[in-house]
Design a binder for this molecule. Sequence first.
Ligand code: NAD
Length: 360
Amino acid sequence: MRGPFAPSDFTVPALATRVLFGHGRLASLGAELRDTGLGPALLLCTDSGRDLAHRLAADLPGATVGVFDQARMHVPRQTVEAARTTATALGAEACIAVGGGSAIGLAKALALEADLPYVAVPTTYSGSEMTAVWGVTEDGTKTTGRSERVRPVAVVYDPGLTVSLPVEVSVTSGLNAIAHAAEALYAPDRSPLTDLMAGEAVGVMAEALLGIAADPTDANSRASALYAAWLCGMCLGLTTMSLHHKLCHALGGSLDLPHAPTHAVLLPHTLAFNLAAAPMARSRLTQALRHEDPPTGLWELNQRLGVPASLRELGADEAGLTAVVEQTLAVPYANPRPVDRDALDAILTPALHGGAPATA
Ligand code: NAD
C-alpha cells in the first residue's frame, strides 16, 4: 500500500554535490581535486582524524598545503578563526574535510565566511555533507542557517574509513541517520524521490547496524551503513524536519544530552505519536523495518543494538523535561499532528523511563 500522494505536486531542488562512493575510493581524491579545479587545499580534521589527514597530505603533496587538526563538535567561533588564519598563512585556496560532522561543519563555516570551497571525505554516518545547513557556536549559543554555499564541491565516500568508528558511536550515529529518513517520510516538502530514498535508507541502515554490532570490521555492513548514511543525509538536506528533531534539539540544548543517543532513544516514541497521522510514512517504515508496528520495531532494534534504554540514562530528569516541553510548545513547526502538552507527556514519559512506545 503506497498511501495517498499526488505525484504532480512536488518540487525537487537541484542536487549540487558530486558523489563518489566505493571501497578504496579515497584513491580518487587526487584526481577529483584536479578535475574540480580546486586550488591548494588545507586538510581539516579532529584529533582522531590526524593520522589519516597527514597521510593524505603526504600522498597529495602538490594539492595540499597542510593539516588543521583542531575541528571540534558544534564548530566553536575560535576554531573557525584559527582555521581561517592557518588557511591564509599557508596560502590555501580550498579545504578537504576528513571526518564526521565536526570536520565538515568547520569546512562549511570556512566556505561561508572565507569563500573556501571544499571536498568532504566523511568517516561517520552523520550525513552533514549532504545538507546546506551550517552552524557556528559563540558564547554558548549555536547560530545555524542554510546556504547553498556550504555544500561541498564533491564527497568521497570510502567505507574502509569508517571501520575504526567504535561500535557504540556507529550504532547511535546510524540511528540518528534513521531519524532523518523517518521524519523525511512525513515532511511537508517530501517528494517521491525523498520517499524512495528514505524507505531504502531505513531498511539498509537497520540491517547494516546489526551487522556492525556483530562484526565491526565487516566490509559489507560498513559499506551498507555508509550508503544508507548518504541517503539519510540527502533526506535531511531535501526536507524540513518535524517534532522529533525539535525535541532532540531542545533536549540537547537545555539538558546537554548527547546528540545521537538522544535521537536513538526518542525516535520510537515520537514516531508512535506522529505515525498515527502519517499513513504513508507508516506503510514505508513497516516495509523497511519488516515490522507491523514501526515504532516497536525501532524500539526492539535499539534493544538488540544495546542502545541506552531511557533519557534518564542519558542524564534527563522530570524537572528538565518540563523546560523542554515549554520550549517545544513555544515555537511553531511543521508536524503531521498538532502537538500539545498531553502529546508531549505521552512521548516523553516512556522515553524518560525506558518504557515501550505506545502502539497504534
Ligand atoms: P564528530 O564528527 O564529532 O565525530 C565524533 C567523534 O568520532 C570525534 O571524536 C571524531 O574524531 C571521531 N571519529 C570520526 N570518524 C571516526 C572514525 N572513522 N574512526 C574513529 N573515530 C572517528 O561526530 P558526527 O556525529 O559525525 O557529527 C556530529 C556533529 O555534526 C554535531 O555537531 C552535529 O550538530 C553536526 N551535524 C550537522 C549536520 C548538518 O546538516 N549541518 C547534520 C548532522 C550532524
